[in-house]
Design a protein around this ligand. Structure first.
Ligand code: SF4
Length: 335
């Protein structure tokens, strides 16, 4: 297989569907015994080694390659535990998506005494990449190990470790609009080691996912625009997906039996916001979004929102609750 994509094993766990346990990889190996982690670490299922549902980010990479002239039979999204099955002498790139590879994210630093202990995110990522590196060496294969992450800075900061792990390229930033060229440059050996993408994809350049995402994740907007100075999503240009594009991703998940969706945004109350001065929510647009999705799906849960938006337009929360038939045994959570 020419291109083999995967996510590091800390991102392919369902953690027994316990809410917020996805943060468990931030805990340290020293504090949480490995057998406890193992009990809680229920991995996503696969079919013949391919992930049935995959983390959203790697699904976006898959879709971006397919619209950039890579053929379906040349690209696979594999389960990290079974990745070797897809790698052969024809493989040019093994692409690994990761979130906090060296355990330097803010939550992780909190749980590891400022990085003095080893987080599970670091332990799992580095063990996985060492496994890939050793496999490449043992088989004499020539594929490049390429990691993609918003935490690309960690690889640059800890270059000795990046070298030791045998990582060939690091890509960070939004990539859909340039990924085809970057992958071709990597294949022909002319790409830089650290590839920082400083431009944003326009909405039309972001392809919908073509296979189901973990938790039925669908993105409804990118960036935020509210302007909090400390915030990295705020550095991105705010863009909203039209409802037709969102429904395409909902359909992909529904086709595979995933009836509950997570609507990803930095701030759901900012969806299609027109008031860029006070950020008063576009109430009708947000409610319409949930109405349209819930005509098809069983449940639609927003990922993030600000208290300011909720207080400014309480009708939105009320309508989202009604549309989802929220109740004592049917919670709609928001971070
Ligand atoms: S509202 Fe949240 S996502 Fe938006 S700029 Fe502020 S902190 Fe960032």
């Amino acid at each position: 297989m020419r291109i083999v994509l995967t996510s590091d094993p800390s991102l392919t766990s369902t953690f027994r569907d316990i809410p917020l346990l996805d943060f468990l990889p931030c805990a340290s190996v020293e504090n949480v015994p490995k057998f406890i982690y193992k009990i809680l670490d229920t991995q996503l299922p696969d079919k013949d080694g391919k992930l049935i549902q995959a983390p959203y980010a790697i699904r976006k990479v898959e879709a971006a390659l397919l619209i950039n002239d890579f053929k379906r039979e040349e690209v696979v999204v594999a389960h990290p535990k079974k990745i070797e099955k897809f790698i052969d002498e024809k493989t040019t790139i093994v692409g690994v998506n990761t979130m906090d590879p060296y355990g330097m994210g803010p939550v992780t630093l909190m749980f590891t005494d400022g990085g003095r202990k080893t987080s599970y995110s670091k332990y799992l990522f580095t063990s996985f990449i060492r496994r890939l590196r050793d496999f490449r060496e043992r088989k004499g294969y020539k594929f490049k190990i390429v990691v993609g992450s918003q935490a690309g800075w960690q690889f640059e900061l800890k270059q000795d470790l990046t070298e030791e792990l045998g990582i060939d390229h690091v890509i960070w930033g939004e990539c859909e609009h340039v990924l085809g060229d970057i992958f071709r440059d990597i294949e022909t050996g002319v790409a830089d080691k650290f590839i920082k993408i400083k431009t944003w994809a326009e909405v039309e350049e972001i392809p919908p996912i073509v296979n189901p995402s973990y938790k039925g994740m669908v993105e409804v907007m990118r960036g935020c625009g509210r302007g909090c100075r400390f915030c990295s999503p705020n550095l991105r240009k705010a863009r909203f997906y039209p409802i037709e594009k969102i429904l395409q991703e909902v359909e992909v998940n529904l086709r595979f039996g995933q009836k509950k969706m997570w609507l990803h945004s930095e701030d759901i109350f900012n969806y299609m916001v027109e008031d860029r001065r006070n950020f008063y929510p576009n109430e009708d647009a947000v409610i319409d979004l949930f109405e349209k999705i819930l005509e098809k799906a069983e449940f639609a849960n927003p990922t993030h929102g600000t208290v300011a938006g909720a207080l400014a337009a309480p009708r939105i929360l009320k309508k989202i609750s009604e549309l989802n038939r929220a109740g004592i045994n049917r919670w709609v959570g928001i971070q």
